[in-house]
Design a protein around this ligand. Structure first.
Ligand code: IPM
Ligand code: MN
Length: 361
């Protein structure tokens, strides 16, 4: 197949991890006979520096025309001035909104070789397989803001339609998995959460079969997520709760650097690791590229419908982690590790072993 993929490396370690993603996608194209055309564009802090906008028009237009977008990370202390009118993060938020990407899928699995990496007892981690779904274009992130020196406010708003479309997607995905859906809110305090809960219950009762729904309050869920992570399957929640809970969930996996994400909705889908720009690690070849490489697998699966290729990338990463091809964040202080580029190269080297037509030949 032919596909146009826009790369948005962004800031900090973004360019280094996206380079590994590009390597892996190019290898997939070579091995399976696809043609992927890559185009790189500026977003975030580097776009502010170069073009004066965190989301330049040409970047947005390129994404709209593409089949998929792969993003690294945005932001950094260089642009942290509280007086600044424009921030790198607005680039990413603006892109999600403009592309109508209302659902952010963040799968969390624990590799058995890494169970001792988390500050949680190993027996609670074996077999963790979660899919957290974060609403991505509504809530407090996008409500009206008032910002003064003595008073500030962020409005949190949701419409029934916004809740229903993300719940529909979550229910569809839950049905293909274990059929368990947990909806997380703060319905004992927030009006938006009460609408969220009512809409979710009604949708599941009237529109779905084979999905068992449970509601949890966000504070209790934050605790259960690390106490008994195995009892959850698919979790759906609003924008800010989802941002916070997925960073928490990454602790189960052993490092935030391992986790990928897919943002899907009306327009071109966007794929990015869940970690940030980690400016202190930038330019040192020590960033963990697995989150980005696994985001490429999600890109192959969700945007290009190439399941075999997606699975091959995931299996290759699984093997690399199993054989201790570990980045600096995964080893103890003073132990040797693989660099960002070396990990990308190792994945490319082993990928053919997971390519069915090459194995049969
Ligand atoms: C994420 C990030 C972003 C968010 C920031 C960079 C705006 O933390 O993708 O999780 O809060 O959504
Ligand atoms: Mn986040």
């Amino acid at each position: 197949m032919k596909a146009k993929i826009v790369l948005l490396p962004g800031d900090g370690i973004g360019p280094e991890v996206v380079a590994q993603g590009e390597k892996v996608l190019s290898a997939v194209a070579r091995l399976w006979g696809h043609q992927f055309d890559f185009e790189s564009h500026a977003i975030g802090g580097c776009a502010l520096d170069e073009l004066g906008e965190p989301l330049p028009v040409e970047t947005l237009e390129a994404c709209q025309k593409a089949d998929a977008v792969l993003l690294g990370a945005v932001g950094g202390p260089k642009w942290d001035n509280p007086q600044a009118k424009k921030r790198p993060e607005q680039g990413l938020l603006g892109l999600r909104k403009a592309l109508g990407l209302y659902a952010n899928l963040r799968p969390v699995t624990v590799h058995p070789a890494l169970v001792n990496h988390a500050p949680i007892k190993a027996d609670r981690l074996f077999g963790v397989d979660l899919l957290l779904i974060r609403e991505l274009t509504g809530g407090i992130y996008f409500g009206e803001k008032t910002e003064g020196t003595e008073h500030a406010a962020d409005v949190c708003a949701y419409s029934r339609k916004e809740v229903e479309r993300v719940v529909r997607l979550a229910a569809d995905l839950a049905r293909k998995r274990k059929g368990k859906l947990t909806s997380v809110d703060k319905a004992n305090v927030l009006a938006t959460s009460r609408l969220w809960r009512k809409t979710t219950s009604e949708y599941i009762e009237t529109q779905t079969v084979g999905v068992e729904l449970e509601h949890q309050l966000v504070d209790a869920f934050a605790m259960h997520l690390i106490q008994t992570p195995k009892r959850f399957d698919v979790v759906v929640t609003e924008n800010m709760f989802g941002d916070i809970l997925t960073d928490e969930a990454s602790v189960l996996a052993g490092s935030i650097g391992l986790l990928p994400s897919a943002s899907i909705g009306d327009g071109t889908a966007l794929f990015e690791p869940i970690h940030g720009s980690a400016p202190d690690l930038a330019g040192r070849n020590i960033a963990n590229p697995y989150g980005t490489i696994l985001s490429c697998a999600l890109l192959l699966r969700h945007a290009l419908k190439l399941e075999e290729e997606a699975k091959a990338v995931e299996d290759t990463v699984w093997r690399a982690i199993n054989e201790k091809v570990w980045s600096k964040d995964l080893v103890a202080e003073g132990e040797s590790y693989f660099g960002t580029e070396e990990i990308g190269e190792q994945v490319v080297k082993w990928l053919p072993q997971f390519c069915p037509h090459l194995i049969e030949a």
